[in-house]
Design a protein around this ligand. Structure first.
Ligand code: DX5
Ligand code: ZN
Length: 217
């Protein structure tokens, strides 16, 4: 599954570009939310999800790179988010929030973790989540280079999900493109976030989306 990250899109044409990648076969749209604290950058809030909701039929997944995700969940759900992804780094015990997102809000839940977090830290929660997001760059900016050690981490994560929850999706985010996607797929990933490789592609976002879909198979 391909999840174009709109962070790399030309915001003056956001609706048009999201329509284009949807038509090209994107499986979901990835919305990167940054608060300037958890990561050294600011990006967008729930108004962007609200604006995009009528534009696409595919799920909108919200990647919350924020220090205090609990404050923002309701707003994103009201705006039309389908999946809420929160970072393990800011949740000493993620279980109450995972439970809240699934049961009270009725949405899919993902847990993300940075390249310096031991993969084993996610193990106790795998059985309760829909998606594990293995960051393949340090979050904060689009267009960074894929960290090669991520492949070994993906293999570990795949082995852990096989034991605890084979249905749990394994998502990669950061530096994913034509050169890195097949390796990630072979290492166990099945959802691929791509920002610059889609919206910055020479061949245009629709062709790039189709190319990535073919390469991920
Ligand atoms: C990283 C974000 C990513 C980013 C990916 O901080 O979480 O989703 O937009 O961008 P690329 O694909 O350009 O590395
Ligand atoms: Zn992201």
């Amino acid at each position: 599954m391909i999840a174009p990250s709109i962070l790399a899109a030309d915001f003056s044409k956001l609706g048009e570009l999201v329509r284009e990648v949807t038509k090209a076969g994107a499986d979901r749209i990835h919305v990167d939310v940054m608060d300037g604290h958890f990561v050294p950058n600011l990006s967008m809030g729930a108004v962007v999800v609200e604006g995009l909701r009528p534009v696409t039929t595919v799920p909108l997944e919200v990647h919350l790179m924020v220090e205090d995700p609990g404050r923002f969940l309701d707003g994103f759900v009201k705006a039309g988010a389908d999946t809420l992804i929160v970072h393990l780094e800011v949740l000493p015990d993620p279980r109450p929030m995972v439970e809240h997102i699934k049961k009270a809000l009725g949405k899919k839940v993902g847990l993300a973790f940075n390249p310096d977090m031991p993969v084993e830290r996610i193990e106790p929660y795998l059985k309760d989540i829909d998606l594990a997001l293995c960051m393949t760059v340090f979050p904060g900016f689009g267009g960074q280079a894929f960290i090669p050690e991520s492949l070994e981490r993906l293999r570990k994560l795949k082995a852990l999900t096989a034991v605890h929850n084979p249905a749990c999706e394994i998502e990669v985010d950061g530096g994913i493109g034509a050169k890195t996607i097949a390796g990630c797929a072979a290492a166990g990933a099945n959802v691929f976030v791509a920002g610059s490789a889609v919206f910055g592609a020479k061949q245009g976002p629709a062709a790039a989306t189709k190319d990535l879909i073919a390469l991920a198979k």
